[in-house]
Write a new protein. Structure first.
Lengths: 87, 210
């Protein structure tokens, strides 16, 4: 397996493809190719950074507006006033 | 005190379907940040992101009784949101530009960009994510990414949809999703490694492999 071939198959490897022929070839390549190993590690960190980054804050005023419009749509759809929290 | 088990998301969903608004609100509050975040990252505009969030949850109320639970509620909601985002993108682009679903030469594996700057990062992703002053740089790297790559990356890697679910949401084939995802990952890796990689540890690719 060359670095070029590895690049094409990289998704499957990063996504944790099960033990397969591909995976064996991949591991063999990585064992003596530091640059490819680092690229894969960089990509895993990249994904992790976006997946676990801070969420976007929704403006409070919008949240209140959304809640009101959901309530009235709920009434129209379910034909009953929304039940509220138990006391 | 007897131990009261917290209802699972599936419990909440079933109660909501039976007309319990409180359970519905709990589900909405869990999903809201994801929907708003996805829309904001796709559209880069808070008013449009709010509109998409509102439309998505209103549609959820209407379609809730008919939701057949073939996917998780989150996946279903994210697909609805993606649909509304795509509508806005189409409107913005007008008829002059090509659609996101149209394929170009870059939708194949030929001429993949080879990684340029290869170096271990000086800090872990967790450490970087905790530093709010770096946030704009990270988001900027995402914004620089072409729309067709950004959407696939957001749905697959950030929101955790499967390749098939991403393909369905985007109305693309699975193989196109895979190529775009690879290009997105390579492009983001390059940009972020140029910021967070250690220049002293930079490696030169070794192409002598057979």
């Amino acid at each position: 397996m060359t670095c070029e071939e590895l690049l094409k198959a990289l998704n499957e490897y990063v996504d944790g493809a099960e033990l397969s022929e591909l995976c064996d070839e991949f591991s063999q390549h990585l064992a003596d190719c530091d640059p490819c190993q680092v690229v894969i590690d960089n990509i895993r960190q990249t994904i992790s950074l976006y997946r676990h980054g801070q969420p976007y804050e929704m403006p409070k005023a919008f949240q209140d507006r959304l809640q009101d419009s959901l309530k009235s749509r709920w009434r129209e759809t379910f034909g009953q006033p929304p039940t509220t929290s138990q006391p | 005190m007897p131990h009261v088990e917290e209802p699972t998301d599936v419990d909440l969903l079933h109660r909501a379907k039976a007309g319990d608004f409180e359970s519905f609100e709990r589900l909405v509050s869990q999903l809201q940040p994801r929907v708003y975040g996805l829309a904001f990252r796709i559209l880069h505009q808070s008013q449009d992101a709010e509109d998409v969030t509102q439309q998505t949850f209103l549609a959820l109320v209407e379609h809730l009784p008919g939701f057949r639970e073939e996917s998780s509620l989150a996946t279903w909601v994210l697909r609805i949101a993606t649909n509304f985002c795509l509508k806005i993108l189409r409107k913005r682009r007008g008829s002059k530009t090509i659609a996101l679903s149209e394929l170009g030469p870059e939708d194949s594996y030929s001429n993949l960009p080879h990684p340029q700057f290869i170096s271990a990062w000086t800090r872990t992703a967790e450490e970087i994510a905790q530093q709010s002053e770096l946030r704009s740089e990270i988001e900027h790297a995402m914004q620089e990414l072409d729309e067709k790559y950004r959407l696939v990356f957001l749905l697959r890697d950030v929101e955790g949809l499967s390749v098939r679910e991403t393909a369905e949401a985007m109305e693309l084939t699975e193989s196109t999703v895979k190529v775009r995802l690879l290009r997105a990952r390579l492009a983001l890796r390059e940009r972020l490694t140029s910021k967070f990689g250690d220049p002293e540890q930079a490696l030169v690719p070794d192409h002598r492999h057979t």
